[in-house]
Design a protein around this ligand. Structure first.
Ligand code: PLP
Length: 385
C-alpha cells in the first residue's frame, strides 16, 4: 500500500545534488570538500536526533541495512578471530535474511550460533534467551543480535529487556532497528543497553541503497571494507552524499508523521477484513506491533494468486516478506510461529504508508473480498469436477 514519490527524495536536489555542492569530495580538506562534508554531517545529526541516538558521531553510513548488519556481526566475529577467541552468537529464528545468512556464514567458519524461538504470537521466548545467555563457551566473545520489529508481521520484540539481560551477561548487543523508526510509537534508541544498531533509509521514506550503523563509543569491531579512512576508518569508500542527504531529509520528516492515525487505519483494515471475509487470521494480533503492518492468512487461498488479483486492481502488497518476494517458499517467520507450510503460503503482508487514506483501505478491502471470493469459488469448482 506504500505510495510513490517521497518528498524527502526531492530535497537533495537543493542540497547535495546542486552542481556546486556536488563538486567536492567530503574527505577532501578544501572548501568544496568541507561544504559536502557538512551536508553529510548535518544528515548524521538529523538522523541521530530522529532515532534518539545521543552521539551523532556513533553513526556511520553504509550502502544498506544489510551491509550494516553484516558489518556488526562479521565485525565482531573477525575481532574474535583476530584475538583467537571463539565467537558465540545468539539470535532468533525470525530475523531478516541479512542476519540469518550472516550468522550461517560465521557458523561455517567455526562460530557457535543459537537461534531463539518465538511463540504463536511471534514473541521471543525469553526462557530460551536466558538459557542461551547462561551458556557462553569459556573464553568466547558473546554477541546478541536481535531485531526490534519483525518485517513480516510487525511484531515488536521486548528488545530493551532482552538487551538489558544480554548486557548484564557480558554480551555485545546489536539490534536490527530497521523497522522501528517511523513505525514504532515513541521509538528512541536512547541511552539504553545497546552497542550497535542498524538502520535503512528506504524504510523511513528515504532512498534505496543507504543505511547506517550506530556503534557506541568505546565498542570495538573490525571493519568490513578496507581501503580508505572515510567515516573515521569504520567504512572505507567515498560516501553516497546525495543518498545520505536524502536520508537526513527523510529523518527530519519523520516528526510530521501521525503514527496514531496509521495505527487506527491498520485497525480499521483488520476489522473490515474480519467482518467481510471468512477464514482470515491476523498474525501477531496478540502482540505489540508496529503501526503499519498487517500479516493476513486466508484459509484455502494461495498468497501468489491473491497478490496477482490485487495487483490487477492496482494494489501492491507482498506475500511473505517483501525482501524475499521472488521466492515461493513459506515464510520462515510464520513457520517459526508454528503455522503449517500450506497455511503459511496463504500469507499476505500489507504495509500502510503515511499517506494512505480510509477510502483507500475500503477500496482495498473490497478488492480483497472479490479476489478471495473468486479464488475460493474456482477452487470449489475444481474440487467438484
Ligand atoms: N532488516 C529488516 C528488519 C528489514 O526489514 C530489511 C529490509 O526490508 C533489512 C534488514 C535490510 O534492509 P536493506 O534493504 O536496507 O538492506
Amino acid at each position: 500500500m506504500e505510495q510513490g514519490a517521497q518528498s524527502s527524495l526531492l530535497l537533495y536536489s537543493s542540497t547535495a545534488m546542486s552542481s556546486e555542492a556536488n563538486f567536492g569530495n567530503p574527505s577532501s580538506i578544501h572548501w568544496a570538500g568541507r561544504r559536502v562534508k557538512s551536508v553529510v554531517d548535518d544528515a548524521r545529526e538529523d538522523i541521530a536526533r530522529a532515532f534518539g541516538i545521543e552521539d551523532p558521531e556513533s553513526l556511520f553510513f553504509t550502502a544498506s541495512a544489510t551491509e550494516a548488519i553484516n558489518t556488526a556481526i562479521k565485525g565482531a566475529f573477525f575481532l574474535s578471530l583476530k584475538n583467537k577467541q571463539k565467537f558465540y552468537l545468539v539470535t532468533s529464528k525470525v530475523e531478516h535474511e541479512a542476519t540469518l545468512e550472516t550468522a550461517h556464514f560465521c557458523e561455517e567458519l567455526g562460530a557457535t550460533v543459537v537461534r531463539l524461538g518465538v511463540d504463536a504470537n511471534g514473541l521471543l521466548k525469553m526462557d530460551e534467551l536466558d538459557a542461551a545467555l547462561g551458556a557462553v563457551p569459556s573464553g568466547a566473545l558473546p554477541m546478541l543480535s536481535l531485531m526490534i520489529a519483525n518485517n513480516e508481521t510487525g511484531v515488536v520484540f521486548p528488545w530493551e529487556e532482552a538487551a538489558r539481560r544480554a548486557k548484564a551477561a557480558g554480551f555485545l548487543v546489536h539490534l536490527d532497528a530497521v523497522q522501528a523508526p517511523g513505525k514504532l510509537i515513541n521509538f528512541s534508541l536512547g541511552a539504553g543497553p545497546v552497542d550497535l544498531a542498524s538502520f535503512s533509509a528506504h524504510k523511513i521514506g528515504g532512498p534505496k541503497g543507504v543505511g547506517a550503523l550506530a556503534v557506541r563509543r568505546g565498542v570495538k569491531i573490525e571493519s568490513l571494507l578496507h581501503g580508505g579512512a572515510q567515516e573515521r576508518k569504520r567504512r572505507a569508500g567515498t560516501v553516497n552524499v546525495a543518498g545520505i542527504a536524502s536520508f537526513g531529509a527523510a529523518a527530519r520528516a519523520l516528526g510530521e508523521r501521525d503514527l496514531g492515525a496509521t495505527a487506527a487505519l491498520r485497525d480499521h483494515l483488520e476489522a473490515s477484513v474480519r467482518a467481510k471475509i471468512a477464514g482470515v487470521t491476523v498474525q501477531g494480533a496478540g502482540a505489540p506491533r508496529v503501526v503499519n503492518t498487517s500479516n493476513l492468512l486466508f484459509d484455502g487461498v494461495r498468497g501468489e494468486g491473491l497478490l496477482m488479483g490485487l495487483d490487477l486492481d492496482g494494489f501492491a502488497v507482498s506475500s511473505g516478506s517483501a525482501c524475499n518476494s521472488g521466492s515461493i517458499l513459506p515464510s520462515h517467520v510464520l513457520l517459526a510461529m508454528g503455522i503449517d507450510k500450506l497455511a503459511a503460503q496463504s500469507a499476505v503482508r500489507v504495509s500502510l504508508g503515511p499517506r494512505n487514506t480510509r477510502e483507500e483501505i475500503d477500496a482495498f478491502v473490497a478488492s480483497l473480498e472479490r479476489v478471495v471470493g473468486r479464488i475460493r469459488a474456482n477452487a470449489a469448482r475444481g474440487s467438484i469436477r
